[in-house]
Every structure is written in C-alpha cells, then in structure tokens.
Design a protein around this ligand. Structure first.
Ligand SMILES: [Zn+2]
Length: 214
C-alpha cells in the first residue's frame, strides 16, 4: 500500500506528462524537427486559433530567451513561420564599436509567414553567430551581405524587409531553420567554441548550460 501511495504522490515526477509542441522551450540540435523542411502555412489557416497560439508562444519564447530571431521548428512546429526583432537597447549591450562593425540596426518585432528570401549582395562577411538550438556554443559564420525578405504577417498583410549587415545575417539564419539547416552546417568549423570555455577552467568544470529559461 505504502508503495502505491508513493507512486500516486509522485506520479508526475516518475511519469512526467508528455508535453506536446508548441513548446515553451527551444528544441536542441539532434531533434528531428530541426532537420525537417517546414511546410508552408495554408492561407485559410491564418485565422485559426492554433496558429495564433503558435505565434503567441513564439513571442513568449523570444522574450524568455531574449533572442533576436526564432523559427517555428525551434518550438517543435514544422511550419514556415519566423519572428525577428532587434531592440534599440542592443546597441548598449553590444557596445558602439561592435554595433557599427557588424552593421547592426534596430528592427521592431516582425512576424513573417511563408517568407521568401532573395540575395541582393552575394559578397559574404564573417562574424560570430550562435543559436538557441545549439545552446552554449558559437562560431564564425559567413553570410551574404544583403538580402530581401517578403512574406505575410499574422493578418495576411504583405511584409517586405530589406536586410543589410546584421539583419541580413539574422534573416539567413532563420530562413535556414525553415529548411532544416543550422549554422553549424555552414560555419567556419575551426572557430566553433563552447562560450563558457574560460569559465569552465576558472570554476574547475562546475558550469552548467541551462536549457530552461523562466
Ligand atoms: Zn537558430
């Protein structure tokens, strides 16, 4: 009896409820959803509550992880939806020099459904890049200097972005997610690093990579 009571009391810990996407965490490399080619959203589904919920959760996850971009596959949904945002406060965060060198510029939160990208300038530039789906690591990644992006927003209204510099990088990174690609596929491999490598030495290995954010 005591055994049964124990199991009943701790059922949720022993057998956690299966959680279904859309998730409120970011899926990690190895998850097949990150390697699938995402499906376009049917126009008639734009007003579905399920789609609104996916976009709402993407916004929540972006905020929670303080990220500049998120693609629906990253929360377990293989649909062609992406979010981009570059807050003005990033200038202070990165510092004026990096902000200028990497050609960063602010962008209000933008939702793009079924986005299509065109390369405007095929010259490439290499800067450090990371991804919430490869959490804890970064590498130098060559990206086209300038691209344009068009799609529709959650109300079906057309959206068009001209992306230069850092925004071009953000767009290419998120577009890759919709095609099952990650930055590790096109990075300069020798520059791949664990961002905590120095702290790991200082703390004699006692460093954690957190996959959950409140
Ligand atoms: Zn990413």
């Amino acid at each position: 009896m005591a055994g049964q009571r124990f199991v009943a009391a701790y059922r949720n810990i022993l057998n956690p409820k299966p959680v279904k996407p859309p998730f409120l965490h970011v899926c990690q490399v190895g998850d097949p959803v990150l390697r699938s080619v995402a499906e376009p959203v049917e126009v008639e589904h734009l007003n579905c509550p399920e789609l609104k919920q996916i976009i709402l959760q993407m916004k929540q996850v972006m905020k929670r992880y303080d990220s500049v971009g998120l693609a629906a596959p990253q929360i377990g949904i293989p649909l062609r939806i992406l979010l981009l945002e570059f807050k003005p406060e990033r200038k202070e965060e990165f510092g004026a020099d990096i902000y200028a060198t990497r050609e960063m510029s602010p962008l209000p939160l933008t939702v793009l459904i079924n986005p299509k990208m065109d390369v405007v300038d095929y010259n490439k530039v290499e800067f450090p890049e990371s991804c919430e789906s490869v959490r804890g690591f970064s590498a130098l990644v060559p990206r086209y200097k300038s691209v344009s992006l068009s799609g529709v927003d959650q109300n079906g209204e057309p959206v068009k972005l001209q992306g230069k510099g850092w925004l071009a990088r953000m767009i290419q990174h998120e577009m890759d997610h919709l095609d099952g690609k990650l930055y590790i596929d096109c990075m300069t491999a020798k520059t791949f690093q664990n961002d905590a490598w120095h702290r790991i030495n200082v703390h004699q290995g006692r460093v954690k990579i957190e996959f959950h954010k409140k």
